[in-house]
Design a protein around this ligand. Structure first.
Ligand code: BGC
Length: 708
């Protein structure tokens, strides 16, 4: 089947959404699926991975590079561009097997029709490069002009970040360098252009932009093509560009690029027999995970909205270790290691944050930027009514983030057998996380159990609760893990810690199911108003209103934002009887808004674990289609949160591989215990497990795992 996404006809309302779903990227940058003539008004961005800057008092966020794709046409002196000029026809396409973005637009002019075509890609073989092939044709003779340049006046959510520019032209290469205000980081875009026709070429160097003006007499029905090779570099780079952009041709670069994607798909592709929609959506999710993977890069992780922009400040959340890392562990373990290395490198930032709150050990940032800097503010949502920032407790109280990192590390070690990482800083990280959770424990007089109070669990709508079942269980996991690793992989250096950790692991309060088999999400949750999600939604005065926090419509009800107890059950499935898991699914699902794209995959996974692929299927599709479906949540209060959803993409992969195909490890071996949806006749995919490549073939609910 073709992995092609197409939109036929132009709909200006889809500009932000198309920017996300037509994204191309190579881990170093992401290029939104905007059109070549777009500017910052249309959310055009070349979003740089892990390059952060702060403008004034605004939120710190990733930086968008000067845009080297900026191009439009003029015919007989008149500009034709979207969205201003309504086209006769328009088509935008993403070939996500090859990582190629293209568009074709036809306009009616006073004298006849003109056609603009463009194909472009973010090079997977040379990470600094972007290339485009732009073609113009008219069905009448005309004076044509292609204006192509580098636009430094970029889209920013909390900018502007560039306070100084150097623009110019040297030996056929144009450049715009932007220097950021806070850290004086230099981000430079350069371009080199080749024509296949005679034209009069001139240039304009402006403060924030450089343009080439290509003027020619166009004969009817003849295609005029320009090829551009562009390069982005930053002063933070730890790898050098390959080659001189003047020496490479579009075709050569395209051949390298598609070969690199072919190599990726050779391991990543998942074939599903009998359900093309599911196969398409799942591989589309995998495409996005590949566009944002920090390949061959050091000390970088992945932001919650990938490389689709500055939403969520380009920060790294628990999303990476809980939802995305699994895909990389089993297809390109080196990337998984890079993600963990980022956490090891930012351990000091986590220590500082713990100290700031009077706690010990490592409290990782809720919204982590470079150096582990906490990007989350105390007022992280803007109230729609007062337009004032609202006090939220994500930063202070989402303690579960440190445990997610330890959980991610253990998944990595299990999947790769790479225990060396423990000596490369991971052991220290685990100990520091264990110390952190120990410092959160409180014991009431005469009680045996340790409790954790004043917490925000995964369900962010209920802030400052006590004994969130998920958080307590994750804390126990960290204590157990620290003890196990100390026992097996260290000598005596941590001996003094062992008794304390033992005590913490044994005595932390782990809530058990009640008489009806339900695990209460936190102390007092069952006493909250028990109403439906629709009822809570009907109480909104404004559709953008925030549901959580002190006064949110959901705060005093049992309606939750996302999987919480269900997430815990799917993480610790072996601790619970299937019947308990089922009962909790039945209880929590109707009370879950799925207001976070991280939610559905957890319900899907747990439904697979309870042998219910029928219930799991729609939740899986919701996850896999998160970026293909219009109308996802785009606002939290007045804060824009749209973009791609890599955690949902990773969650879909987990649900497919660990859920439906039932891949699990037993006694150090990869086992397949499938639970396929009714219409799936089979699945076929490859996995890397402990350095060996496996082919998994699932048929009629029997699975074979073969080393290849
Ligand atoms: C979710 C968090 C998630 C964040 C970034 C929020 O809406 O509640 O769990 O980490 O989005 O994806």
């Amino acid at each position: 089947m073709d992995f092609i996404l197409t939109e036929i006809a132009f709909d200006r309302d889809n500009i932000p959404w198309n920017g996300n779903r037509f994204l191309i990227g190579n881990g170093y940058f992401g290029i939104r699926g905007t059109l070549e003539e777009y500017t910052k008004e249309n959310m055009c961005a070349v979003n740089m991975a892990g390059i952060y800057d702060r403008a004034g008092d605004a939120w710190r966020e990733t930086v968008n590079a000067p845009n080297p794709l900026y191009t439009y046409v003029k015919v007989n002196g008149k500009k034709y561009a979207l969205p201003e000029n309504e086209p006769v026809s328009h088509e935008q396409t993403l070939d996500f097997e090859k990582g190629l973005h293209s568009r074709k637009t036809v306009w009616q002019t006073e004298d006849g029709r003109i056609t603009v075509k463009c194909e472009r890609f973010a090079s997977m073989s040379r990470r600094h490069l972007i290339s485009m092939r732009y073609t113009f044709a008219a069905d009448f003779e005309c004076d044509a002009e292609i204006i192509t340049g580098i636009d430094g006046d970029v889209w920013d959510i909390n900018g502007p970040h560039f306070v100084k520019f150097n623009s110019g032209s040297e030996d056929g290469v144009n450049y715009v360098e932007g220097i950021t205000g806070e850290k004086h980081i230099s981000v430079t875009a350069r371009d080199s252009v080749k024509l296949d026709f005679d034209a009069e070429c001139s240039g304009d160097v402006c403060e924030k932009a450089v343009y080439r003006r290509i003027v020619f007499k166009a004969e009817p029905h003849k295609e005029y093509c320009i090829e551009k090779i562009a390069e982005i570099t930053t002063s933070e780079d730890d790898f050098e560009p390959i080659g001189d952009i003047r020496d490479i041709t579009y075709q050569e670069l395209k051949a390298e690029h598609t070969a690199a994607w072919e190599k990726i798909w050779d391991i990543s592709k998942i074939t599903i027999d009998g359900d093309d929609d599911a196969m398409y959506a799942l591989n589309y999710s995998i495409y996005h995970l590949n566009c944002i993977a920090p390949r061959e890069m050091k000390g970088k992780s992945i932001a919650a909205r990938g490389l689709s922009g500055q939403v969520y400040k380009g920060a790294v959340f628990w999303d990476t270790e809980m939802f995305m890392i699994d895909y990389y562990i089993y297809t390109e373990p080196q990337i998984a290691k890079t993600l963990l290395q980022y956490r090891i490198d930012t351990l000091d930032g986590a220590r500082q944050k713990a100290k700031e709150y009077g706690l010990k050990g490592a409290y990782y940032a809720w919204e982590s930027q470079d150096g582990g800097y906490e990007g989350c503010s105390d007022y992280n949502v803007t109230d729609v009514f007062t337009k004032r920032p609202m006090r939220t407790y994500f930063r202070d109280k989402q303690y579960h983030v440190s445990a997610a990192i330890v959980y991610g590390l253990m998944k990595y070690i299990k999947g790769t057998g790479d225990y060396d990482i423990l000596n490369e800083g991971a052991m220290e990280m685990v100990i520091e996380c264990a110390e952190f959770y120990r410092s959160l424990l409180i014991k009431k007089a005469d009680e045996r159990y340790y409790e954790i109070h004043d917490v925000v669990g995964p369900d962010e709508y209920h802030e400052r609760v006590n004994n969130n079942s998920y958080t307590n269980r994750m804390a126990k996991f960290v204590f157990d893990t620290a003890l196990e690793l100390m026992e097996k992989y260290t000598s005596d250096e941590y001996n003094s810690l062992k008794p304390m950790l033992q005590d913490s692991a044994e005595n932390i309060f782990i809530r058990q199911p009640n008489d009806s088999g339900i695990i209460e999400q936190f102390d007092g949750y069952f006493r909250l108003e028990d109403v439906s999600v629709d009822e809570v939604r009907s109480r909104l005065i404004d559709p953008k209103e925030y549901w959580g926090g002190a006064y949110g419509v959901a705060a005093d009800t049992q309606v939750i934002k996302q999987a919480d107890v269900v997430a815990m059950l799917s993480m610790f499935k072996d601790d619970y009887a299937s019947e308990i898991m089922e009962k909790n699914l039945e209880y929590y699902e109707p009370r879950t808004e799925h207001g976070s794209s991280l939610s559905a995959c957890m319900y899907s996974l747990l439904s697979c674990y309870t042998n219910n692929p029928k219930t799991a299927y729609p939740m899986f599709m919701k996850s896999a289609r998160a970026d293909l479906t219009k109308g996802g949540k785009e606002w939290a209060g007045l804060v824009y949160i749209g973009g791609t959803h890599p955690a949902s993409a990773g969650g879909a992969w987990i649900a497919a591989v660990k859920g439906f195909a039932g891949i699990t490890e037993e006694d150090g071996k990869l086992i397949c215990k499938p639970n396929l949806p009714e219409k799936w006749n089979g699945m076929r995919f490859k996995l890397i497990y402990k350095n060996k490549l496996y082919l998994i073939e699932v048929q009629n609910n029997s699975g074979a795992v073969m080393i290849i």
